[in-house]
Write a protein that binds this ligand. Structure first.
Ligand SMILES: *Cc1c(COP(=O)(O)O)cnc(C)c1O
Length: 373
């Protein structure tokens, strides 16, 4: 059955991705990581910015090592970057070795089953097919358990296989003083001792930005490339990459005592002017950005002034209070800044009780997307 694609009239919200800022962010991190190679994590549609466009920009900036979560993402990167080195963080899916080999993808092998299947593929082809070995040093997510290191070593030495990289992932790098960082670094170092001369990789954005000892031979920044805050409680030095604007649909008056939005969660304490903006939770403007009588919500920028969200964010629209703009009221069709130079992704994340990662990867809405370079 042929299904027509959703039409794009250009009338909706606008998401602009600044690929120049993305490149500068990669280059800035590459300077910080100095002796180590700087990879680029492009999972989840490059944190919502667009996988193909962002991977190309990162390659143009100098990145050669890319990390995706899924094989689909990896195959997409391969189609656009024939020379890139591509790691698949989800690892090897059962029965998928031939696909990985054909597409020249490197799984981050994280279980003995995955390793077994990969080594079989190596034997069958009489080739040391590159892959990473992912050890779990304390997160209890993907990775070999530490006590599997000797089995892993035996399995690979038996057939003379040498991995491309040993890696692990930090659980608490966004909190540099957290003791878990020390523990994981020590455990990772002890794993490395069992695999001499294999390049190592531990640091995500936060590890890269806070501790040189965590750089090893390759760093794997994600969030910082896209302008998000990697380290809690510090000024974020990265340039914003994403700009999101949404059109104002209507501006009108409302009286003291009237309620606003679903659930009548806000009652006006003054005669007000309100604007209805065409963005809602279906566009990634989370319902957690709502305000209620005793809770402040998110803000937007209209005519260069901050304006607060009134009441609950709806699926398609959000109501904001524009009373304080006085006579300088916006016109229908004018754009409200949702994310941009005045409001970063982390401001919304803080209001909604989440992290910038979730705000960025949630921007899958009904946008007119455009790319600046
Ligand atoms: C997502 C991810 C990264 C990147 O983390 P950021 O905090 O976004 O820099 C690095 N390594 C692994 C294994 C990941 O899953």
């Amino acid at each position: 059955m042929q299904v027509p694609a959703i039409a794009t009239t250009g009338l909706g919200a606008r998401l602009t991705v600044d690929l120049g800022a993305l490149k500068r962010n990669w280059q800035a991190l590459n300077r910080v990581s100095q002796g180590a190679l700087t990879g680029a994590v492009v999972k989840a549609d490059a944190y919502g910015t667009g996988l193909v466009q962002s991977a190309r920009a990162l390659y143009a900036a100098g990145a050669r090592f890319f990390f995706t979560a899924t094989p689909d993402e990896a195959v997409t990167v391969r189609a656009t970057l024939p020379d890139a080195h591509i790691f698949v963080l989800d690892g090897l899916f059962p029965g998928a070795a031939a696909l990985y080999v054909g597409e020249r993808l490197m799984p981050a092998l994280s279980s003995l089953d995955m390793l077994e299947e990969w080594l079989q593929a190596c034997l069958a082809r009489n080739e040391s097919l590159p892959a990473a070995l992912h050890f779990d040093t304390g997160m209890n997510r993907l990775g070999f358990r530490l006590n599997e290191a000797s089995v892993v070593r035996r399995m690979i030495t038996q057939i003379g296989y040498s991995p491309q990289m040993i890696m692990s992932h930090l659980a608490c790098a966004d909190t540099p003083a957290h003791e878990k960082n020390r523990t994981q670094l020590a455990l990772f170092t002890s794993v490395l001792a069992q695999f001499p001369n294999v390049p190592a990789s531990l640091a995500n954005s936060a590890g890269l930005m806070t501790n040189r000892e965590m750089h090893f031979q390759m760093v794997r920044p994600g969030i910082a490339l896209y302008g998000g805050r990697a380290v809690n409680g510090r000024r974020n030095p990265m340039q914003p990459v994403v700009r999101l604007e949404a059109p104002i649909l209507q501006v009108k008056e409302a009286r003291t005592g009237e309620s606003v939005g679903y659930g009548a969660a806000r009652t006006l304490s003054r005669d007000s002017r309100i604007a209805i903006v065409a963005i809602g939770y279906a566009d990634g403007f989370l319902r957690g950005l709502s305000s209620s009588q005793n809770r402040q919500g998110a803000r937007m920028v209209i005519r260069n002034r901050f304006v607060p969200v009134l009441g609950k964010v709806s699926m398609d629209t959000t109501i904001v209070d524009v009373t304080d703009l006085g006579p300088d009221l916006p016109l229908p069709g004018e754009m409200a800044e949702i994310i941009g130079p005045n409001i970063g992704v982390d401001e919304h994340a803080d209001v909604a009780g989440t992290i910038g990662y979730e705000i960025l990867t949630g921007l899958r809405g009904r946008y007119v997307r455009s790319y600046l370079d």
